[in-house]
Design a protein around this ligand. Structure first.
Ligand code: RBZ
Ligand code: NIO
Length: 338
């Protein structure tokens, strides 16, 4: 499938935003006006009202629906595991891909509950990226290929896209991306990930400091290919492909958001169609959301990854649209308005 944008070169990312659609202000205003006629005190549905208006703008209709919700989990392996940053062995990435396929992971249950069709996309798991304390994690070609594979996975018919990742070691990758893009100290961005102890956290900090010293380039595309992995590049590609179809995106936790943050650093408007499903308990996520100027839908102490927080938040978006489309107006219900 040819994409509505061609990424034959990663440099093309810079000018992309001007070729991509924006939210439709007329549809959004009509949705806001409808909210104000529904049988409730004005504004009383809070974030649910904003979510309905957001969906209306991007889907270009005052009465948006979610007929099809797609969930994509991209999986990759990371050379940085050589630095002892991961409490679980790298083989767990492939084992969890099998678990996703068998329906046994947390993401399977949450997609089931909230009506998302899940696809799992392993990205060359037998070829981990390189250790960024020694050399850039990916070549330009590897990075571009992963980005395009992410873009190609997006279903053109989806009304909303849930994004997630699986990759042992990628909480270190995420912290490295965030630190390179937004500055601060490595320890500001590092956390336990899948359960690192204090010594493990110290190794994560040391690895990120070594990588940042070795690779001084801070333009977003260099940062992605130097510190990122294939699943991070694929998430960027999927976010862009969804945008081309005016499909809103639900990002997951720290790892998923730090991947998408590369696009924010290219041009912050590239994430205008992206919601943050939840704020993860991984400590860097709150800081990252502050840097992005984004509010999460949910704050429920989760720190799984896989897209679980985004899939859970899909239920809130569905609830927002159920109220928006299903409620009676004051006039229809014969309820006296203020
Ligand atoms: C069984 C298992 C299932 C997971 N599902 C998501 N992650 C999460 O943990 C990993 C990142 O943590 P770290 O950087 O500490 O390896 C990623 O795969 C992330 O998705 C998992 C981790 C494990 C062990
Ligand atoms: O927030 C996340 O994405 C996260 C946190 C810890 C481990 N895995 C994922």
């Amino acid at each position: 499938m040819t994409m509505p944008f061609s990424l034959t070169s990663l440099d093309g990312l810079a000018g992309l935003v001007d070729k991509l659609p924006t939210s439709d202000a007329t549809a959004a205003q009509a949705a806001r006006a409808r909210q104000d006629t529904l049988t409730k005190p004005p504004g009383s549905l809070g974030l649910l009202e904003d979510l309905a208006v957001f969906m209306a703008g991007w889907r270009r209709t005052p009465r948006p629906r979610i007929d099809r919700a797609q969930a994509l989990v991209f999986a990759g392996n990371h050379g940085i595991c050589a630095q002892g940053v991961n409490p679980f062995p790298q083989v767990v990435t492939a084992q969890m891909v099998q678990n996703f396929r068998a329906g046994g992971a947390a993401i399977n249950q949450l997609c089931g509950v909230n009506g998302a069709e899940l696809s799992v996309i392993p990205l060359d798991l037998d070829k981990p990226t390189r250790d960024f304390t020694a050399e850039p994690a990916m070549s330009e070609a590897e990075c571009r290929e992963a980005l395009n594979r992410g873009a190609e996975a997006v279903d053109a018919e989806a009304d909303i896209l849930v994004l997630g990742e699986m990759g042992i070691g990628n909480s270190t990758v995420a912290a490295a991306l965030a630190c390179a893009l937004f500055g601060g100290r490595a320890e500001d961005w590092v956390g336990p990930g899948a359960g690192a102890d204090d010594a493990g956290v110290a190794r994560k900090i040391a690895a990120i400091e070594a990588g940042l010293t070795l690779h001084p380039e801070r333009d977003p595309v260099s940062v992605l290919r130097t510190f990122g992995g294939r699943e991070q590049a694929a998430i960027c590609g999927a976010v862009l492909a969804a945008r081309a179809r005016r499909t809103p995106v639900l990002l997951d936790g720290f790892i998923c958001t730090s991947a998408a943050a590369v696009l924010h650093a290219v041009d912050e408007r590239l994430l205008d169609h992206a919601l943050i499903g939840h704020v993860s308990a991984e400590p860097g996520h709150r800081r990252l959301l502050q840097a992005l100027g984004k509010r999460p839908v949910l704050d429920v102490d989760m720190r799984v990854g896989e897209g679980t927080g985004a899939a859970l938040a899909l239920g809130v978006v569905r609830a927002a649209l159920a109220c928006h489309n299903g409620m009676a107006t004051f006039e229809e219900a014969g309820v006296t308005s203020a």
